[in-house]
Design a protein around this ligand. Structure first.
Ligand code: ZN
Length: 541
């Protein structure tokens, strides 16, 4: 009997896992070396210029930045990956504003106005109804500790009255990473899951001192339509923070009085759940609704292999900045240079350079996403409608804030959260994929030998999850690899300007990202997640 030749070869070939991944091919090294530090610095300076005003989503400055990218991508010969043959991938953003002049809560004939009486904590939908109220203490559900203040009561269609929103029982800790509570349901999630109409929070003393700031917040909801599930989606239920006089009026004549409730809560001991005798009229009407159509900039570099080109590596840099309204030291422009003109300019240069070089087997999808700072809008939309099916995205590379270094004389010399020059925080591979880690280390050893700092590459780091564009990908089981130089004292402030950054640092990381992306795209075996997904990452379909 003759065995087919392919079977014999498969038997004789060593297991792939033992194979040393190849080093960087000379042509790819040359392409990476072709990246111009000056060009990246000019692009960064333009994207972070006062003229573009921080590239808020949506804004004329963002449009100007996107036009700048699109014309360059077209000239470089990249394929548009957006709508109808363009580089723009639009999504719909719905904005709802609460009419704060008309908003009121009525308790036993007394009317409390917005601002003095209560503030918004979250806005899911308007409420205008007289409703029963169920007091649920801290309002958290923690199955591991058998804590469930909703057990045995029906809160469907009713208002939930809780302390907080972060008033935990004494001695109980909940690990929370950003908005994600590990092995617990926050009052927002718990109340929404049980069909409550809204949440009234008895505001904690620690929050009352910030009332002037608090009362101006959360009066506007902006969210994708249709919504795309993610830890950073808008909160699922409308909630308000009650000022003490409202709490007192609400609990007057009830099983627990306002002053008692406030006192025991500060001690971390909560009265048992009960339904109030009185109903409450909550009037939170909408004053205006608007629809916006922001977009991501998407460009595709088709792979060279007839089969593997159907798979892709995505490279993301959010193009938007976190634009605040407060003027600081005479500066009102939030240039968002490091966060993230640095990653945007580097990714543009990488796309241009890769388009002119030999292509990897798999395709590469370059995305300059929008709304990252306000709710990961662009990335959530991308995973909802990707130009390549998500199952064929082998890795997501995130380039976010790569311009700072602790070089001597810089603003960051003494900053413990910023990397040295030629050092970068690498986030994802150690936790998710041995295969990817080995590949990236090998590329790096055969090229620039940057110091890969893996301190944030742990499941409980907020930089691992969910603070970045990695979140929506990880939630869908896709390997993520993040490059960043860390957080500095200009983060999200008008002082995040191009002149504070280190062009040599951006250049070194851009070259390393290019080499890494090329090798991920060309790897014989798909470098997917080969470790268990940490429980800090909730799964979304
Ligand atoms: Zn960022």
């Amino acid at each position: 009997m003759k065995l087919p030749i392919v079977v014999i070869m498969a038997v004789l070939a060593p297991p792939a896992v033992l194979a040393q991944p190849p080093g960087l091919p000379p042509a790819i090294r040359a392409a990476a070396e072709g990246l111009s530090a000056e060009q990246i610095a000019w692009d960064l300076a333009y994207l972070a210029s006062d003229e573009l005003r921080g590239r808020n989503t949506p804004s004329p400055g963002f449009d100007a930045a996107a036009d700048y990218l699109a014309s360059r991508l077209e000239r470089a010969g990249l394929k548009p990956g957006g709508d109808q043959g363009t580089f723009r991938q639009h999504y719909e953003l719905h904005e709802t504003r609460i009419d704060t002049d008309a908003a009121a809560i009525e308790i036993a004939g007394r009317r409390f106005a917005f601002g003095r009486g209560f503030a918004m904590r979250s806005l899911a939908s308007p409420i205008s109804a007289e409703l029963p109220v169920v007091y649920v203490g801290h309002g958290w559900v923690i199955p591991g500790r058998k804590i469930d203040p909703y057990a045995g009561v029906d809160v469907r269609g009713k208002l939930v009255l809780a302390h907080g929103p972060r008033a935990l029982p004494r001695g109980v800790e909940v690990q929370q990473i950003g908005r994600v509570a590990i092995d617990a349901e926050t009052p927002f999630v718990a109340a929404a899951a049980r069909g409550a109409a809204g949440v009234l929070f008895i505001t904690q003393a620690s929050e009352l001192v910030r009332w002037d700031e608090i009362k101006g917040q959360n009066t506007v909801r902006r969210e994708l339509e249709p919504n795309v599930p993610s830890a950073y989606a808008a909160l699922p239920i409308t909630s308000v923070l009650l000022a003490p006089p409202v709490t007192t009026a609400l609990l007057e004549g009830e099983a627990v009085t306002g002053p008692t409730a406030l006192r025991v809560a500060e001690q971390g001991e909560f009265p048992a759940t009960f339904e109030l005798r009185k109903r409450v009229r909550v009037h939170l009407p909408v004053s205006a609704r608007s629809v916006y159509r922001p977009y991501n900039v998407v460009a595709i570099l088709e792979g060279s292999d007839p089969t593997l080109k159907d798979e892709a590596v995505t490279v993301f840099a959010h193009l938007d900045g976190a634009v605040g309204s407060r003027e600081i030291a005479g500066d009102a422009i939030y240039n968002s240079a490091d966060d993230n003109a640095s990653g945007s300019a580097a990714t543009l240069a990488i796309a241009e350079q890769m388009a002119a070089a030999p292509r990897p087997k798999r395709s590469v999808v370059f995305v300059w996403d929008s709304g990252e700072e306000q709710g990961l809008w662009g990335t959530r939309w991308f995973v909802h409608s990707p130009p390549v099916p998500l199952a064929r995205v082998v890795a997501h590379v995130n380039v976010d804030m790569i311009g700072a270094s602790r070089r001597p004389g810089s603003a960051d010399t003494a900053s413990p959260l910023v990397t040295e020059r030629n050092e970068v925080f690498l986030i994802g591979p150690r936790t998710l994929s041995t295969q990817a880690m080995v590949l990236l280390d090998r590329v790096n050893e055969s090229y620039l030998k940057l110091r890969f700092n893996r301190q944030y590459d742990t499941p409980d780091s907020e930089f691992f999850y969910p603070r970045t564009d990695a979140g929506p990908f990880l939630e869908r089981g896709i390997l993520t690899i993040g490059f960043t130089t860390g957080i500095h004292n200009r983060y999200h402030l008008p002082a995040d300007e191009a002149r504070t950054l280190d062009p040599a640092q951006v250049h070194a990381i851009a070259r390393t990202v290019l080499a890494s992306v090329w090798m991920l795209g060309d790897a014989a075996e798909r470098p997917g997640i080969d470790q268990p997904l940490p429980r800090t990452v909730p799964r979304h379909p």
